[in-house]
Ligand binder design. Structure first.
Ligand SMILES: [Ca+2]
Length: 301
């Protein structure tokens, strides 16, 4: 009997450890440019960034960033990036009456501003507010991940040795060609976004470590990644800065994004869906946005 209990305990412990490792265990590894096993990878990345941002960002700025005490390697980001399934997200919650009511109130409170933006970009105010609602719950939830460390981590996870040491669950082996391709794409993307972020931070005098966002580095009310900030960010209030945490700039930036991708008020349902999927490449997302638009236009709360 005693052996049975010990055996059971061992089996349970094993499952618990396994569960913790795969589901909740999210290591954060502090990085130092001076010492530690990751210093060599950090240095390599820093030199690559310096080369790619030559003549655009001074080397001293990059040196300071890559020696910050806030640098952290988050292996979970690459892991999540490889397994993310947008279709599994509970978008239906955004069609709950209480949320729609708040969206409607938001339209009432900002009617004049929304109307001006709508006419200027030819994007309905309901579409702007629907995106604002789904992305950040009307600005309530803009994410808690350190955006700089998110892109730094994706770039570092592109080092095969680091991937195999810190991530590498059996179902995401780089021996699998499809996984390998996705891994390369995701780390290259993270690296490019890191470059954009460093350049934006330098030009705008931001501390990039103060920027918080989603697990994949989307920040501000519209949840833009740094590249989107550069291409679609819009200074609506004319203070010389594009501030995605400021309501006027944020709404105009969403409108500018959609317009630049071809959105027009007169487009068909399918036409609009296609453009919204350029904002977020997910059909359930686009359908949810359009369902919210329909309710905001046609129902009173
Ligand atoms: Ca502004």
């Amino acid at each position: 009997m005693i052996f049975f209990i010990i055996g059971l305990f061992i089996i349970l412990s094993f499952f618990q450890i396994k569960y913790l490792f795969h589901s909740n265990f999210q290591p954060q590894i502090s990085l130092s440019c001076q010492e530690g096993e990751l210093a060599i990878y950090l240095k390599k990345l820093k030199e690559r960034v310096k080369t790619d941002l030559k003549d655009r960002v001074p080397e001293e700025f990059i040196e300071t960033l890559f020696c910050s005490s806030k640098l952290t390697y988050l292996p979970e980001i690459m892991n999540k990036s490889l397994t993310w399934r947008e279709t599994a997200l509970p978008y239906h919650q955004f069609l709950e009456e209480s949320r729609l009511k708040r969206a409607k109130e938001f339209i009432e409170q900002n009617r004049e501003l929304l109307k001006k933006i709508e006419n200027f970009f030819d994007v309905e105010k309901e579409t702007l507010v629907a995106i604002f609602l789904v992305e950040t719950d009307l600005g309530k939830n803009t994410g808690n991940y350190n955006v700089f460390n998110v892109f730094l981590s994706l770039a570092l996870s592109g080092e095969r040795e680091l991937y195999e040491k810190f991530i590498n669950p059996p179902h995401l082996s780089l021996e699998d060609e499809l996984i390998k391709k996705r891994w390369e794409r995701r780390s290259n993307w993270g690296y490019r976004e890191l470059l954009y972020l460093i350049e934006i931070a330098y030009k705008n005098h931001w501390d990039p470590f103060s920027l918080k966002g989603s697990i994949f580095g989307a920040f501000g009310y519209p949840q833009f990644v740094p590249r989107s900030y550069v291409i679609y960010g819009y200074d609506w209030n004319g203070d010389g800065k594009i501030d995605l945490y400021e309501i006027q700039d944020a709404l105009a930036s969403i409108a500018n994004y959609l317009q630049k991708e071809g959105y027009k008020r007169e487009l068909s349902y399918e036409g609009k869906k296609k453009i919204i999927m350029k904002y977020n490449i997910s059909e359930p997302y686009a359908k949810t946005i359009l369902a919210i638009v329909d309710k905001l236009k046609n129902e009173s709360y």
